[in-house]
Ligand binder design. Structure first.
Ligand SMILES: *Cc1c(COP(=O)(O)O)cnc(C)c1O
Length: 433
């Protein structure tokens, strides 16, 4: 079989995510036959180094033998069971482990199907918690430039105009507070003052503040200082507003620690986990919260106090077995330590980009790094040019506009880092020739 066997058939019946389909009149679709390690391979034997972890989900390579074997074992036992009134080994194990590795004080796991649905769960729980205590608080606060997913609630608390503007008339109520301009310590003071002012004036109407700890990934890989997060925790406690940490993208080692919240040594009231949770195998998410939140819903059966939210595939055993296998790898292979020299190596490799005339800024937090270009108009679609150049040279990059970024699987080797960086360099340098 060839690539062309699938391209026309695909375009006949599929509508792809986050895509202007007309682009595919000139941009060839790439049918992938298989994956191994950081590489994807198409039907004609071309290989692509997956420098974006297939939308930030993959941690330990494609077709990972250990995760494969654990999923196979689970398949022979149980594929799925309703999670209301029933439970199973994989979900119990996974919840125990998540409680153990997340910050102290997070003790209860609520399962959902993907990042966006996890965000919806956290928002509803936070609102409902206050309502159960006799206080109706219809607002959520989010940071400017934030991203929390595409379902209506998640979209409403986000701030990426490109995804949201069209739907403004049907959004829930949100308030926005400025994110620090950069990752310096000086940049946190003004935003914290503004947040305090907002909470002082309107705290009684606000259920919670939701944020992406340290890195706003879909928001151009924008980064801020951990002390801002510390400051937000202090202010939310002072004003009795929940802190919801959306670690969907930043969780599971991406920032150099297991969770980005650890950099600020804080415990949020809710932590949302997905993407890397299953090592990039299956859709699954968990909202982890505290006993205090849990107890506010715990009472004799009264409909309006119970959290009556569910998804058909909640806590799917196969997805949970992939997640347990992923956590096994973190433990058995000491991954957080193993990635430290890779982070340092990427840092060294990034320095060369600073000398290019079209590079405005280079930034990094752990295994996430970004090169921001300047001097181009949006119509030039330079991101697309770098994307096409990289594909031709065997690397899958997927720039966010004029931001070229790397978020490779944690299992990437030093040689593979060389290739990834070299190709990105060629693509950026070539833009001006
Ligand atoms: C990807 C993402 C989501 C949405 O997750 P989906 O699984 O795509 O629904 C939410 N929050 C953040 C920070 C994300 O990066």
């Amino acid at each position: 079989m060839k690539n062309s066997d699938f391209i026309d058939r695909d375009l006949d019946v599929l509508w792809h995510p986050c895509t202007q389909m007309k682009d595919h009149e000139f941009l060839p679709m790439i049918p992938i036959k298989k994956g191994k390690g950081v590489y994807l391979e198409d039907f004609e034997g071309n290989r692509y180094l997956d420098a974006i972890s297939s939308w930030w989900v993959n941690l330990f390579g494609h077709s990972n033998e250990y995760i494969n074997s654990k999923i196979r074992e689970q398949l022979e036992e149980l594929e799925h069971v309703i999670l209301a009134g029933f439970t199973h080994e994989q979900v119990v194990k996974l919840a125990e482990r998540i409680v153990k590795i997340t910050p102290e004080g997070l003790t209860k796991c609520f399962f959902a199907d993907n990042g966006s649905s996890g965000v919806e769960v956290a928002l509803k729980m936070s609102f409902h918690y206050h309502k159960n205590r006799g206080s109706t608080r219809p607002y959520f606060v989010s940071l400017t430039n934030s991203y929390h997913g595409e379902t209506l609630g998640a979209l409403a608390v986000g701030d990426v105009e490109l995804y949201k503007e069209t739907y403004n008339e049907i959004m829930i109520k949100t308030l926005q507070t400025p994110v620090p301009e950069n990752d310096s310590l000086e940049a946190i003071h003004q935003p914290l003052l503004e947040l305090e002012k907002l909470l002082e004036e309107r705290g009684h109407e606000i259920s919670g503040i939701i944020l992406e700890p340290l890195v706003q990934c879909a928001g151009s890989m924008h980064m801020y200082h951990p002390f801002y997060l510390k400051g937000v925790r202090r202010l939310t406690e002072k004003y009795g507003v929940h802190l919801i940490a959306d670690e969907v993208a930043t969780g599971f080692g991406r920032t150099g620690k297991m969770f980005a919240s650890e950099h600020a040594e804080i415990t949020p009231d809710f932590m949302i986990l997905s993407k890397g949770l299953t090592g990039g195998y299956m859709a699954l998410s968990i909202v982890v919260t505290s006993d205090e939140v849990y107890r506010e819903f715990y009472c004799d059966y009264k409909l309006q106090k119970s959290f009556l939210h569910s998804h058909s595939y909640t806590g799917n055993p196969i997805a949970c077995s992939a997640a347990n296998a992923t956590l096994d790898i973190f433990e058995n292979e000491n991954i957080i330590e193993v990635i430290q020299p890779k982070i340092e190596y990427i840092n060294q490799k990034l320095q060369q980009f600073r000398h290019l005339p079209n590079v405005k800024e280079v930034r990094q937090r752990g295994m996430i790094s970004a090169i921001e270009l300047e001097g181009y108009r949006p119509e030039e679609r330079i991101g697309l040019k770098v994307y096409q150049y990289a594909l031709k040279n065997g690397v899958l990059l997927r720039p966010l506009g004029h931001i070229i970024y790397f978020m490779p699987p944690l299992s990437i080797t030093f040689e593979e880092i060389d290739k990834m960086v070299e190709v990105a360099y060629g693509g950026i340098e070539g833009l001006n020739s």
